[in-house]
Design a protein around this ligand. Structure first.
Ligand code: HC1
Ligand code: SF4
Length: 554
């Protein structure tokens, strides 16, 4: 479609959702604070004002039409945007230097870009009440009422843990009845944090615990999740290939970590164990469909919403907890170290992993979880230039992984790894996948002896509710659930921005990283097989149950 943009004929995408997106595609980024491509349009911030056929209107809420005459940056619009920013800043806690979002806050960025040095309006101090009840921290004095968190939590995650309360100057975002977040159905997915444009929603920063452990001369071990290597370069200016992980391994060693292992190793282990669990359930015809259980946001969601299905969750621990268990109970013994002297630092893209490590079922396995963002803070504050640190391999034996293990970091990775193991062990034919809608995929396969397996891969907890309605119709045997859109690469602990566009880019990077690995299937991971030979005996053995399995209670 042809439109006029700032006096120039411009061809835009006919299918663009709105003018704001159409303009972005032709290289004009319209400022906005409340627009999310994934949710309904709210139109609250008014920053995306443009002039269309001589009328000022919001570009997020108007559909492009043939021949429309658009002006994006007139002096009038510029002044209006400045005015909006000043009004927002007048009622905003401007303690920027000590804010978790210092340096990557959208409001701060616009204040700089629009050259705002003085706010004309009187300062309105909002009550500075901070909710520290969970790992997701809410500070209403930094909230600009854009509603991004409310829409993500409700429309994408179908949880509605937070909403608007009160009116006018009193308006706030909070859980119902002023409850603390810890007492709500929040699953700690961090998607509200990922989409908050300011520091109103952040997550607990645990960096100091790492330094304290080093100071106390603990045997500090790091383990890096698959998805971290697809995003850390966004903050560090690196290329984002597999070398990134090797440089991080070397960096962590240089600052005092004794060993650095790969969570993808444990992903192989989990896929292997989970495939055997599924095979057994299939043979017995019980506890089907089997749901994956590596995503702690999903596990918490199931506990709140589908307690009757908890037995259907795979009893295999997540790779984070499985590796924690192996390190504290097997590695410590082999190395002659008291497990109490080991301090295990898990580096994750996910905020809910902090919660998972603190669940009482997993006590003592992982000592602290830091996110990709926190790792980047450690690297940046150290002054090291990661580009000049040569990559070194992960430590053995828990540093070897297959393509399958690495692919856990994005949607579909766990399911395809389980399929790979099943294919190696019982043989699969006619594997076909189709996308039902964004976030829901169905795969059908047949075993060599003629049994059909129907699998579903789903991301986004709102989509999970839809799948639950279809379990019988689709005759589902196995389901992979990831709470965050596109899987762990979109986790709440990933760098900002953390939107669909960047998640698709991360998935591509992870694919490239995965492609470099020479081992294809978990069954080829010889260090994992040695772990069975020397300690676990066999999948689902008594030993592996003790170390690798758990139960989830309502
Ligand atoms: Fe994930 Fe997992 S894939 S849950 O996203 O199963 O966080 O990356 O580490 O435990 O391996 C996260 C990623 C991660 C676990 C694995
Ligand atoms: Fe909602 Fe997830 Fe934020 Fe909790 S962490 S409030 S569930 S979006």
């Amino acid at each position: 479609m042809k439109i006029i943009v700032n006096g120039k004929e411009t061809i835009i995408n006919d299918n663009a959702k709105n003018l704001l997106e159409a303009l972005k595609e032709v290289g004009i980024e319209i400022p906005n604070l409340c627009y999310l491509s994934e949710t309904s349009i709210y139109g609250a911030c008014r920053m995306c004002l443009v002039e269309v056929d001589n009328q000022i209107t919001t570009s997020c809420s108007i559909k492009p039409y043939e021949g429309m005459n658009v002006k994006t940056h007139t002096p009038e619009i510029y002044e209006m945007r400045r005015g909006i920013l000043e009004l927002l800043l007048a009622s905003h806690n401007r303690d920027c230097t000590t804010c978790e979002r210092n340096g990557n806050c959208k409001l701060q960025k616009y204040a700089e870009e629009f050259g705002i040095r003085k706010v004309r309006f009187d300062k309105i101090d909002k009550p500075n009440i901070i909710d520290y009840s969970s790992i997701i921290i809410r500070d209403n004095s930094k909230c600009i009422l854009c509603g991004d968190c409310v829409r993500v939590c409700d429309e994408i995650q179908s949880i509605g843990a937070i909403d608007f309360a009160f009116r006018g100057f009193e308006a706030q975002v909070m859980p119902a009845f002023g409850e603390e977040l810890a007492n709500t159905a929040c699953v700690l997915c961090g998607q509200c944090v990922a989409h908050c444009p300011t520091g109103a929603l952040t997550f607990r920063n645990d960096i100091q615990k790492v330094y304290k452990a080093m100071e106390e001369e603990k045997f500090v071990i790091g383990m890096i999740a698959p998805a971290v290597r697809a995003s850390i370069q966004e903050e560090l200016g690196l290329d984002g290939d597999v070398v990134t992980a090797g440089r991080i391994v070397n960096f962590l060693k240089m600052i005092g970590f004794k060993k650095v292992f790969d969570v993808s190793f444990a992903a192989d282990l989990v896929a292997y164990e989970e495939a055997h669990e599924f095979k057994e359930r299939l043979e017995r015809g019980e506890k089907l469909p089997q749901f994956t259980s590596c995503c702690p946001g999903w596990v918490k969601f199931a506990e709140h919403n589908y307690p009757e299905l908890l037995d259907n969750l795979s009893s295999v621990k997540s790779p984070q907890q499985a590796l924690g268990s192996v390190i504290k109970r097997i590695y410590a013994k082999e190395m002659g170290i008291d497990p109490k002297d080991i301090f295990l630092v898990s580096i994750m893209p996910c905020t809910a992993k902090k919660f998972e490590a603190e669940r009482e079922e997993f006590a003592g396995e992982v000592d602290v979880v830091i996110t990709t963002k926190e790792l980047s803070q450690i690297i940046r504050s150290s002054g090291f230039d990661l580009k000049s640190i040569p990559p070194i391999p992960f430590d053995r034996p828990y540093g070897l992984s297959s393509q399958a293990g690495l692919s856990f970091g994005k949607t579909g990775g766990v399911f395809s790894s389980v399929l790979k193991v099943l294919n190696d062990e019982i043989g699969l034919e006619n594997v076909e996948t189709k996308e039902v809608e964004k976030g829901i995929r169905i795969t059908n396969a047949t075993t060599k002896d003629g049994k059909t397996i129907n699998g579903v891969v789903v991301f986004g907890l709102g989509n999970v509710r839809k799948v639950m309605e279809k379990l019988n119709d689709w005759n589902v045997d196995i389901v992979e659930v990831m709470a965050c859109d596109y899987g762990c690469i979109g986790g709440g602990g990933q760098p900002y921005p953390n939107d669909t566009e960047i998640r698709i880019k991360r998935a591509k990077i992870l694919n490239e990283v995965v492609g470099i690995d020479v081992l294809i299937s978990p069954t080829e991971n010889y260090h994992m097989l040695s772990l069975y030979e020397n300690h676990l005996k066999a999948p689902l053995s008594h030993e592996s149950h003790k170390l690798l399995h758990t139960t989830y209670k309502n």
